[in-house]
Design a protein around this ligand. Structure first.
Ligand SMILES: NC(=O)c1ccc[n+]([C@@H]2O[C@H](COP(=O)([O-])OP(=O)(O)OC[C@H]3O[C@@H](n4cnc5c(N)ncnc54)[C@H](OP(=O)(O)O)[C@@H]3O)[C@@H](O)[C@H]2O)c1
Length: 285
């Protein structure tokens, strides 16, 4: 039985991906930030898929100490119970903020949760992913287009714009996937950015603040149910041969921004290693 780890698994797209993968026979490991929501998601999935192992871990992924802790716990579980193999890691947890906020590590929150947490968790689970020649999927977005990384101020301390912060983080998701393929492709790892389209979830209502909540209130009504984009993840995880493209959406492989290139991917990789205090190279195992 294959295993998938899904972050942001307690609601929206992440929860729907857990259900889709469980229905296809994957053992599912979910990560969520609230004990209560983890318990509720786990019991709902276990009731719907009684023959599939479902396990949830709690962690606030904005805190690097928590990412390190949960990464260690998941790795231990995979080594003890899943033969040290991980077929799919879905870095999906994400948030929006209406104003500049920082994490306890001092990083801008959207950048920390949407990108750095996935970078760190991927590094921690890499030995299990390599053992299974696994796939790493980042929930990116069409909103990664029309922007470029603000290298002189990645934490956006000067003039915070919530939309720019979100767009930059979704561009980072694709740059990270690009960098993973460059470094770990030869070891059988395949990484992707997924564009779920506009999805009717509550992301814009969670600690986001006035203007963001207002815009999301109008916008999210036109979104599709999360069960639809969940099928993209299943397709990318299940194809017998790992799909060759980098960016997938409802209609298959999609075009991505020209900002997704080696120069930017390398620069982001080096910055992420520094900010996470970890080396993530192909000789890790
Ligand atoms: N909705 C869209 O139209 C859309 C479009 C493109 C991309 N996306 C991306 O899709 C992903 C999932 O978002 P969604 O729309 O499904 O919204 P969602 O239902 O709010 O899902 C976000 C998930 O991330 C979790 N999360 C947020 N901050 C966290 C933290 N500090 N630590 C641990 N978990 C945390 C949330 O947990 P809680 O429930 O406990 O807050 C939730 O499970 C995000 O990366 C988002 O950027 C969404």
């Amino acid at each position: 039985m294959k295993t998938a780890v899904v972050t942001g698994a307690t609601s929206g797209i992440g929860l729907a991906v857990c259900a889709e993968l469980a229905a296809l026979g994957f053992a599912v490991v979910g990560v969520g930030q609230s004990e209560e929501r983890c318990a509720s998601a786990a019991s709902g999935l276990a009731a719907a898929y009684p023959d599939v192992p479902i396990l949830f871990f709690r962690a606030d992924l904005s805190r690097q100490a928590e990412v390190a802790r949960v990464g260690g716990e998941i790795r231990e579980y995979l080594e003890d119970r899943r033969f040290g193999r991980l077929e799919a890691l879905i870095n999906n947890a994400g948030c929006v903020r209406g104003r500049y906020t920082t994490t306890e590590d001092g990083y801008e929150t959207v950048f920390a949760v949407n990108h750095l947490a996935g970078f760190m968790l991927s590094g921690m689970l890499m030995p299990c992913l390599i053992s299974a020649k696994g796939r790493i999927l980042m929930t990116s977005s069409g909103s990664h287009k029309g922007t470029r990384p603000r290298w002189s101020d990645m934490m956006l301390k000067r003039g915070y714009n919530p939309l720019f912060a979100y767009k930059q983080s979704k561009l980072c998701n694709l740059l990270f996937a690009y960098g993973l393929n460059e470094r770990f492709g030869k070891l059988g790892i395949s990484a992707y950015g997924i564009d779920p389209g506009l999805v009717k979830t509550d992301i814009g209502f969670k600690n986001a603040g006035g203007i963001v909540a207002l815009v999301w209130k109008l916008r999210h009504r036109r979104g599709v149910p999360p069960e639809l984009p969940a099928k993209i993840y299943a397709r990318v995880c299940l194809e017998a041969e790992a799909p060759k493209g980098l960016y997938y959406g409802m209609s298959g492989e999609e075009k991505y921004s020209r900002q997704v290139n080696k120069r930017n991917a390398d620069r982001l990789w080096e910055l992420s290693e520094r900010l996470c205090g970890m080396k993530l190279g192909a000789d890790e195992k």
